[in-house]
Ligand binder design. Structure first.
Ligand code: HEC
Ligand code: HEC
Length: 93
């Protein structure tokens, strides 16, 4: 009787700790996955100083046909930079 009581009292905190650790592990996993796999990684010039979810864009991004075609191609599919806007964006332009 005495043993059973102690057993029941000790278990909830242990399970709480386990759940806490598992939650942190899952969170770390989710974050590292999204950083490594969601978008391709490039090495843009330093004038690409506007971060969009960690992806660096050059100022003037709202008018790409005006500001980005020199390097990303007239149709924005890569050009000399070889980085297509459509790798990450839908058919927006
Ligand atoms: C002078 C040339 C040039 C112009 C103009 C230019 N880019 Fe780039 N951009 C590059 C180069 C070079 C890279 C990197 C290529 C590589 O790493 O292989 C790049 C990469 C990028 C990336 C990927 C960055 C990353 O962190 O992965 C984005 C987004 C981008 N450019 C957006 C833009 C936008 C938006 C514009 C217009 C407002 C623009 N660029 C204009 C040359 C240019
Ligand atoms: C490596 C991935 C990647 C590339 C390549 C890329 N973008 Fe983006 N861009 C993003 C992300 C991520 C965001 C932020 C989330 C969103 O708004 O969709 C973003 C946001 C934007 C926005 C702002 C949208 C808003 O509503 O705030 C514009 C405009 C834009 N990008 C233009 C461009 C142009 C133009 C190019 C090509 C020159 C380009 N992007 C290339 C990933 C990328």
């Amino acid at each position: 009787m005495h043993y059973k009581l102690r057993y029941n009292q000790q278990h909830p905190p242990v399970q709480g700790k386990l759940f806490f650790i598992l939650t942190i592990l899952l969170f770390v996993l989710a974050v590292s996955c999204s950083e490594n796999e969601e978008y391709p990684q490039y090495n843009p010039p330093s004038d690409h100083n506007i971060s969009k979810d960690g992806v660096m864009h050059k100022p003037g991004l709202s008018d790409p046909e005006m500001n980005c075609t020199n390097c990303h191609g007239a149709d924005l599919t890569g050009g000399t930079s070889q980085v297509s806007c459509y790798e990450c964006h839908g058919a927006e332009w």
